[in-house]
Structure formats: structure tokens, C-alpha cells
Design a protein around this ligand. Sequence first.
Ligand SMILES: [Zn+2]
Length: 363
Amino acid sequence: MDISNVKFLSLDELKNALENIPFEAPLVIISQSAEKRWNLSDTLRKVTSSRPGARRVDDPRPNPTLRDIAGRLSTPLRPDGIVAIGGGSAIDLGKALNALRHLESPSAGDILQAMKARDYAKALPLIAVPSTSGTGSEVTGWATVWDDENHQKFSVDSPDLVPARAWIVPELTHGSPLRLTLATGLDAVSHASEAYWAMATDRLSQNLSLAALRLLTRYLPQALSDLSAPKPRHGLAEGSLLAGLSFSRTRTTACHSISYPLTSLFGLEHGFAAALTLGQVAEINSRHVDLTEFLEVFAPHGGVQAWLDRTSEPFLPLRLSSFGISGGDVDGVASKASTQGRMDNNPVALDLEAIRQILSNVL
Ligand SMILES: [Zn+2]
């Protein structure tokens, strides 16, 4: 991501920027409930009424699926730019439609085939406006698409899919519900942590990671204790962006790799699924690579696991049992936990037995 294209905006500045987007026929993705919550109806009306080619997707669903993408391409899309306002799922939907919009009335199978072959349309400029502080999707070039029938996770993934602009509007996160704030905040903590120790890391990525973690460890507990306080929300928005920038350079590692079957098999929110194993993986990695500066961020809180526990426990203990997962499920999760490009990006090789052990320790 070219960071000159990342801007922090107030809600009023966002409205003004939206009215002046440089597209004739934008595809605007924003849910009806989000439009109402942020009072954007007048703005969106102005955007579409002055641009006859504008189209709207007003029902983006959590975790876009193959069938979801196929359904949305059943009539041809001919935008000249995309605006995605919402959580990671809305932005991921924008990226997936950007990459696959050349397919005509595709089936779910056609979508999967194109993703596997990386058969993408020429990317259009996408403006990403995240409404949660966590996924980092506004600064990365990949998006997750789920196969809900076969419980698998796939991606579109190309440097061309990095949003042309990321507009960060902390006001959109004010008053976000507790569970969403916790899950997305933990996702950002996982991104920054995994960027720090990834095989693909470097000093710039590590410095971005440390800056992110200092903000996130401080402001996530504050945001959770007062959901409407603005200052912690701004801190989380900044921390989440820095985490996104750090892992956009490195990608993720073992924690995210293990998270995918937890989400596809048991429906865990992505952030919980990623953070569940963070303390365990940090502990294993710290025995083999130098994590001194990373651990120093968590030291005042008693360590990584202690911070995770103290932050999550009053609301939801960060354990598999909180999500109805028991010892009998461990083998099934472990057998699907090694995603290429994620697990092999962890600085310590984790075999099936090591993954089983990690999961058993967080039951
Ligand atoms: Zn994530």
C-alpha cells in the first residue's frame, strides 16, 4: 500500500469525499443498516443520483462465500470503480467482485476455478472505508472467500487488489458492540504479532508491529470498558491500521493458519479464532527466535497470554470451550490447520502433533 493514499477522515469529511469520488459508474457496497447508523442516506443519494451508472450492493453478508459471489455476478457488473464501506467482509466482497467480475453468470464452481487459476479481471480502483478496527483489509491485496458447503477457505490474492485508497474514519467504530470490538481488536493484535515473527518479516515490518501493539494493548481494554468513549476508538483505529500495514508486508503465520478450520467448521468469528492460539504460538516461537522487543510490550501486563486473558475473560474466556469445541474435535481441526503460505511462514515448523498440543492447551 502506498501510504500517501491512506487518510484519517472525520465523518463529515467522509461524506464530502464520497460525494466527490472520481468514478462515473461506481459500485457502492454498504449495508442498509450501516447507512442508517451513520446517517449516510443523503450522501449516498447524492453519489448515485449524479452518476447514472452507479450501482449499489446493500446487503453484504459476513464472510462472503462462493455462492454469494456467484449470485452477485448473475447480472453483469460494469463499474469503473468500487467503494466498499463496512467491516472486513464488505471490503473483501469488493475485492472478490473486483477480481472476478469478468465471469458471466458463473456457478460457484466457476468462481472456485477462477480463484484457483488466479484468472482475475483487470483491477479497478477500490476505495476501502473500514467500519471496524481489526481486519486490515483496507491495506492488503487479498480477500477471503469461503466454500460453505465443503467448509474450506479460499482467497483472491494479487498486488493489484490493494485498495487504491483507504479512508479511516474512527467515528464509524464509535459504539460498536462489545463482541465485535473484542473480536476485531484481537484480530489486529494477531496480525501485528504474527507480522513480528513471520519468516517474511523485516525491521520495518517489526517496527510497524511494535507501534501497533503498543496502541492495541493499551486501547482495546479501554474501548471494551466504555464502548462509546472516542479516544480508545481512535487509538484502536490507528493500531489496527499499523497492524494492517505490518502484516501486508509479511502475511500471517501459524495462528491464522489454525484459525481457518475453527471458522469453517465451527463458525468462530475470525478474530477469536486467530487469537485463541496466540499465547501458545508466541511461547513456542520465543524459544527459537528473538522476540525480546515483542515480549517487552506485553511484559507490563504479565505476558502475552495474561494480557489476552485479562482483556477477554470478563466478556468471553478465550478458550475453545467458550465456543462449544471439546477435546474430541481437536484432531479434526488439527488435520485442516496447515494452510500453505501461512503455516510455513511461522519461524518454527509445527507438525500435526504440535498443532494438536497447542489446541489441547487452549481447551
Ligand atoms: Zn486476521
